[in-house]
Ligand binder design. Structure first.
Ligand SMILES: [Mn+2]
Length: 507
């Protein structure tokens, strides 16, 4: 038998004949893929590409190997990657996979390919950590170090397994329940909390085969117009949490809130069955909870809920998808705050399922009548003194209207500082705006009202809330405000030096 080296060179010399006789791809000028070095890694790549019907040729230095490959209908040729001429008479590849287990051969092949075909994309296999650098320096577009790829894939899979186990656990738990599940959102619920409650209710119906009746419960107010538009347009049914409803619930879940009594008005000792949240509160969740998933790294609870729906392969209805998308968007302030790649991933999953017209309507809601009325009285009742505007809007139910009124009034000509105030059920509320750079409004408000309530803010915008505890004997709120507002405001006017000026010019 001839020595192996001689046999190889003999085969290389015969290649042009082989090309002409055997091969259709190799006779072309160009080809999509070439695999250089076809051990087990190369073979697996070849199998993948062949399944996709891709054009490819294979080079290996082992004759037996090449024969086997030809038996399997691959176009394969015996050549040595270290031979600078090994690409001779072969078409120009678009992509070269350099995958032998010989690091010097891989490096030599990379040099040859990059010199002869600079436009070819090269994916090279590093046999050890040192070759990673060498291959990168020689211009490999992608360097694979299989050991690292395996490690990364293993971790990725275990993470997915963990999260799909969580989703399965929730599903299995809900599947065993029947009766009423009360889903409690945090106080003054926002779109993240509300959409998460909707998603949980959807999972519960699916898992229990409608044996569970879900009620979405809340306390506090849904003040902001956008949030009210959200609830109205998506026709979300929510009920105010009362002791009686609590009695009627067989199970309780908390969403977007990390424990009973934290950001909700449940008694701390209330037994809850499910907690799903993304807030950190530092405390351990109560021990008796059946299912807890608190992930403080995630931008929104709606992201966690979306992941469950994906993992469980539950078809997401348009209103729930729209709500969850809006929830993620609102909690991450339009994907700008605390947003993680997962949040974006789940939002991307939801986007095609949402109703974009509805999303538009939620974000540009029409102003409520009450807000218009408050804006109206703020304009009507304004009093201006030396650039300071004061306006009493009387009794208010929706306190979100107050900052909107202040925003509007600060724009009036001749006004540098605007204070708009009204009276709510338990507090006098003041909202203030400022464009006088000499004045730090937050500090002045804190100085004036900090000792009798809560007050503070920034240089240009601030607020104060003064509890009504001391004034309860007066029945009529409007009357009360008229009685007490002057001494209260005096605290402000004396600090800014307005008391010394008696000229009051109304505009
Ligand atoms: Mn949230």
């Amino acid at each position: 038998m001839e020595p192996i080296n001689k046999m190889r060179s003999f085969t290389i010399i015969r290649m042009p004949d082989v090309v002409q006789n055997f091969s259709k791809s190799a006779s072309k000028d160009r080809i999509k893929y070439i695999i250089l070095g076809c051990g087990s890694t190369g073979y697996n790549v070849a199998e993948e590409l062949q399944q996709e019907n891709e054009d490819l040729i294979i080079i290996d230095r082992d004759e037996k190997r090449v024969e086997d490959l030809r038996d399997r209908k691959y176009e394969a040729f015996v050549r040595d990657l270290r031979d600078p001429d090994f690409m001779k008479n072969l078409p120009v590849p678009e992509v070269a996979f350099i995958l032998s287990n010989d690091k010097d051969a891989n490096l030599a092949a990379l040099k040859t390919v990059k010199t002869r075909f600079p436009a070819t994309h090269v994916i090279a296999r590093a046999v050890d950590p040192v070759s990673i650098d060498l291959l990168q320096k020689e211009g490999a577009d992608i360097v694979l170090y299989p050991q690292k790829v395996v490690a990364k894939t293993a971790i990725h899979h275990i993470r997915r397994l963990h999260s799909s186990r969580l989703a399965m656990r929730l599903y299995d738990l809900l599947a065993t329940w029947e009766g009423t599940l009360g889903i409690v959102t945090h106080i003054n619920p926002d779109p993240d909390a509300i959409s998460s409650a909707m998603a949980l209710s959807m999972i519960a119906h699916h898992a229990s085969n409608n044996a569970l009746n879900c009620r979405i419960l809340y306390e506090g107010n849904i003040g902001h117009q956008e949030n009210r538009a959200f609830i109205n347009l998506l026709e979300i049914k929510m009920e105010r949490l009362t002791p009686q409803i609590l009695e009627e619930c067989d199970y309780l879940a908390l969403v977007d809130s990390s424990a009973p009594g934290i950001n909700n008005e449940l008694a701390k000792t209330t037994r809850v069955n499910i907690i799903i949240d993304h807030h950190k509160n530092g405390e351990q969740p109560p021990a008796a909870v059946d299912f807890v998933d608190i992930r403080s790294g995630v931008g929104a609870t709606a992201s966690i809920m979306t992941q469950y729906l994906m993992e469980l392969d539950i078809p997401v209805s348009m209103p729930v998808a729209t709500a969850l998308f809006y929830g993620i968007r609102a909690d991450t302030r339009d994907f700008k705050r605390n947003v993680t790649p997962q949040d974006l991933n789940y939002a991307a999953f939801l986007l095609p399922l949402t109703d974009s017209e509805l999303l538009d309507k939620i974000t540009s809601p029409s102003i409520s009548l009450e807000t218009v009325e408050i804006l109206g009285s703020a304009i009507r009742n304004r009093k201006i003194k030396s650039g300071y505007l004061f306006s009493n809007v009387g009794y208010i139910r929706n306190r979100d209207a107050l900052p909107q009124a202040a925003d509007l009034l600060i724009q009036l000509e001749g006004v540098n500082t605007a204070l708009v105030y009204g009276i709510g059920d338990q507090n006098i509320i003041i909202s203030a705006r400022n464009k006088d750079i000499r004045l730090h409004l937050g500090n002045v408000m804190a100085e004036a009202f900090g000792s009798i309530g809560e007050a503070g803010g920034h240089a240009t915008m601030a607020a104060a809330m003064i509890p009504l505890n001391y004034f309860t004997m007066v029945r009529n709120k409007e009357e009360l405000l008229a009685l007490i507002i002057d001494p209260i405001l005096k605290r402000f006017t004396s600090i800014v030096g307005l008391d010394n000026e008696d000229k009051q010019d109304e505009i």
